[in-house]
Design a protein around this ligand. Structure first.
Ligand code: BTN
Length: 282
């Protein structure tokens, strides 16, 4: 295993595998991605690409610099969970964003970008599960969804403003990314498609989508992002859900997201607005 030495923009190794796929795909798509992936580093193995990006952001590294790892030893997910990150089984990616106006929207924007990137690069009609899990759905059964990708956004705040955001995403490329306990609940692009997938092409498409989505929000506000998120998330309307509240398990029927991206749920007690945490589809 090569030590975790960064290779900026022009990695030297040419012996195939994920790094070679990424090198090829990013070189071919530079004019579609804006700042995202204009410079990048690949690590055979790292603790967490989000941690690397947070440290780099603190040092002043520019917006759009991308950290990619072949494996993570301390990959983390939302709600304090572990993100299983075995070698070359998934895409483990983080980038830096310095536009504080994007902060309220970056979670939804990350989900839309990764979903669009997967759809465009593989043809797989993935959907979003609130707030930003990327899932494969069989038929109309929301509960039979397999999670293919997840997004973790972390921000650093100054006295009165967000200083930077790190947007991390993990995409399961191969079934070997999945621990046995996630059997049935998680899937991979290759498992869904039944064929090999070029991780570099998926990454390039996701970064291009992130560029489009963030430019759109920066220029015109979140309306188009919210509309696209709703289009990609049919389960956010009319899905029977439950979630854990301090009063115990609550149930209801989803009623879309509001203008702030909160999930609305109609319950026997009235309309609830869920801003964080996890909702389970029944
Ligand atoms: C989730 O819980 O759904 C979010 C998972 C985010 C995983 C990615 S992999 C790259 C980046 N580095 C991390 O440690 N986590 C994110």
């Amino acid at each position: 295993m090569r030590p975790a030495q960064p290779q900026v923009s022009t990695p030297l190794r040419g012996d195939g595998g994920l790094e070679a796929d990424i090198t090829r795909a990013l070189a071919a798509t530079a004019n579609t991605r804006g700042v995202f992936g204009a410079t990048w580093e690949y690590f055979d193995e790292i603790g967490s690409t989000n941690d690397a990006a947070l440290r780099a952001a603190e040092r002043g590294v520019a917006e759009g610099h991308v950290f990619i790892a072949g494996a993570q030893t301390a990959g983390r997910g939302r709600l304090g969970r572990t993100w299983h990150s075995p070698p070359e089984a998934g895409l483990y990616v983080s980038t830096i964003i310095r536009r504080s106006a994007l902060a309220p929207w970056i979670t939804l924007a990350g989900g839309v970008a990764v979903a669009q990137g997967i759809r465009e690069s593989t043809g797989l009609p993935v959907q979003l599960k609130w707030p930003n899990d990327v899932v494969a759905v069989t038929g109309t059964a929301f509960q039979s969804r397999r999670k293919l990708a997840g997004i973790l956004a972390e921000a650093s705040s100054g006295a009165d403003a967000i200083q930077y955001i790190v947007l991390g995403f993990g995409i399961n490329l191969r079934q070997s990314a999945l621990p046995p306990e996630l059997e049935g609940r998680a899937g991979s692009l290759e498992g869904e498609l039944g064929r090999p997938v070029d991780g570099g092409v998926v990454l390039a498409a996701a970064l291009a989508a992130l560029h489009r989505v963030t430019e759109q929000v920066t220029a015109s506000g979140p309306a188009a992002l919210l509309a696209e998120w709703r289009r990609l998330s049919p389960s956010a309307e009319g899905g029977r859900v439950e979630w854990d509240a301090s009063s115990g398990t609550r149930t209801g029927v989803t009623a879309g997201i509001d203008a702030d991206g909160a999930l609305r749920v109609m319950t026997p007690e009235g309309l609830e607005r869920i801003v964080s945490g996890e909702v389970r589809w029944k």
